[in-house]
Design a protein around this ligand. Structure first.
Ligand code: COA
Length: 407
């Protein structure tokens, strides 16, 4: 082998130092800086605002503004922001016709909403006048368009799955409705009551941002090459889809349905559920909606959503899946208790999200796309931050292969 060329500049850390701090899955490693969000065992803050405070006192539009524009909006700024979002809700016919052409595949389950959403976001780039620019002002314009259009994509997808005419084709829904209520309206043509609209709004607040999680990190790696926002978001959607990340809200509800099917409603609260769980532990099955890389003593977001979801389930208007809605919470609470007693593992936000969205009659394959409708704000804030102060993200690996040998 020829000698390596001499580097003009020594690496920031030596190979020995790098090996000493190596951690599988980057656990515990600081991989970059951010002013968007901080998360610790003790709390979660978006630009310094604590999550309970936001869930109690803010709307999703206000949180989106804080994340994207960097400060709390004045009433005039908020009105301007909301008007911009409403104006950007309609989709270009290229995107709508793609969704319509995917209808048969979606309805038969051969295509899943997360994949169709990922492709639709890629198509959005082709019609965006700022598509190739990575400057701050262009990025902010694109972020608002993505925020506005993703609920329209989700709604149109649900319409083609259900075989109904597309709702809000011209206006992207109903301009008098807020972001969360319009998302619900686009999906089924019903304007949600105040309680339902607020629960969705809070779920969007809780999902909006979470520092260097897998999908956000993906978006920053893509943006770090100076590639564009739509590409970074498409990559982030692919990362979020996995059941170890955002896909867990769908997987958690599927798991509860499986338990309900196997043990029956009348066995809730009995040993039959413990036996089901023991079998899962014996086979080393991962239970979706539990555990977290950072929060080992509980996810701050989970109890907020659980309480709100249970409150609407107690009113039981939809009777989801043939069971009183509150039964799903009773089952979920028993599962949570067993996980905590036997494994000391707490639920994450995806666990109550599954039960809450199910109570509201939202189709399970749309849970993770709805997560996208919220996390788009966090992703875009990070992409803007990455582009504004860029250094390519290019780590090392620990080589475990063959020693050098002759061909
Ligand atoms: C979120 C998650 C990926 C974090 O992973 P991580 O930080 O690498 O944690 P680990 O997988 O190393 O877990 C540590 C231990 O707890 C166990 N554990 C963690 N989450 C578990 C779960 N949901 N069900 C069963 N066991 C779990 C692991 O098997 C491991 O046990 P071991 O030490 O005996 O091997 C993991 O908890 C998980 O897969 N959860 C389910 C998916 C989910 O809900 N994701 C949404 C996250 S917001």
């Amino acid at each position: 082998m020829s000698a390596a060329p001499t580097s003009p500049k020594a690496p920031a850390i030596s190979k020995e130092q790098a090996e000493a701090i190596y951690s599988r899955g980057l656990e515990g490693i600081i991989a970059g800086e951010t002013a968007v969000c901080s998360i610790e065992q003790g709390g979660l803050w978006y630009r310094g605002y604590e999550i309970h405070d936001l869930a109690q006192n803010a709307t999703f539009e206000e949180v989106a503004f804080v994340l994207l524009e960097g400060h709390k909006p004045s009433p005039a700024e908020l009105a301007r922001f909301k008007a911009e979002i409403v104006a950007e809700r309609p989709l270009h016919p290229m995107v709508t016709s793609f969704i319509e052409s995917a209808g048969g595949y979606l309805a038969s389950g051969r295509a899943v909403p997360m994949d169709v959403l990922r492709t639709a976001v890629s198509i959005l780039a082709h019609t965006d006048p700022d598509a190739q620019s990575v400057d701050n002002a262009a990025n902010l314009r694109k972020a608002k368009r993505l925020l506005a259009k993703i609920p329209t994509i989700i709604g149109h997808m649900q319409n083609v799955i259900d075989g109904r005419a597309i709702i809000g084709r011209e206006l992207g829904g109903d301009p008098t409705l807020g972001h969360a209520a319009n998302l619900m309206y686009l999906m089924n043509g019903e304007k949600p009551n105040k309680d339902y609209a607020r629960v969705i709004d809070v779920s969007l607040i809780l999902y909006a941002e979470h520092d260097y999680n897998a999908s956000t990190f993906t978006s920053r790696v893509i943006a770090g090459t100076l590639s564009d926002m739509h590409g970074a978001v498409a990559g982030a959607i692919a990362a979020l889809k996995g059941p170890l990340h955002g896909g867990a809200n769908e997987a958690a509800m599927e798991m509860l349905k499986e338990i309900m099917h196997d043990v029956g409603e009348r066995a809730i609260g009995t040993k039959a559920v413990d036996d089901w769980m023991q079998k899962a532990f014996d086979t080393k099955r991962k239970l979706m909606g539990f555990g977290h890389r950072v929060y080992k003593n509980g996810d701050h977001r989970a109890p907020i959503l659980h309480k709100m979801g249970r409150a609407i389930a107690e009113k039981d208007t939809k009777n989801p899946g043939g069971h009183a809605a509150v039964k799903w919470f009773e089952l979920g609470e028993q599962v949570q208790k067993i996980m905590l007693d036997k494994k000391t593992i707490h639920p994450n936000v995806d666990f109550p999200c599954g039960m809450t969205y199910f109570t509201m009659g939202i189709p399970v394959p749309q849970y993770t796309p709805i997560f996208v409708a919220s996390r788009i704000t966090g992703w875009c804030a990070h992409i803007i931050e990455q582009h504004a102060n860029n250094r390519i993200i290019r780590p090392l690996s620990k080589y475990t292969g063959e020693a050098p040998r002759k061909w």
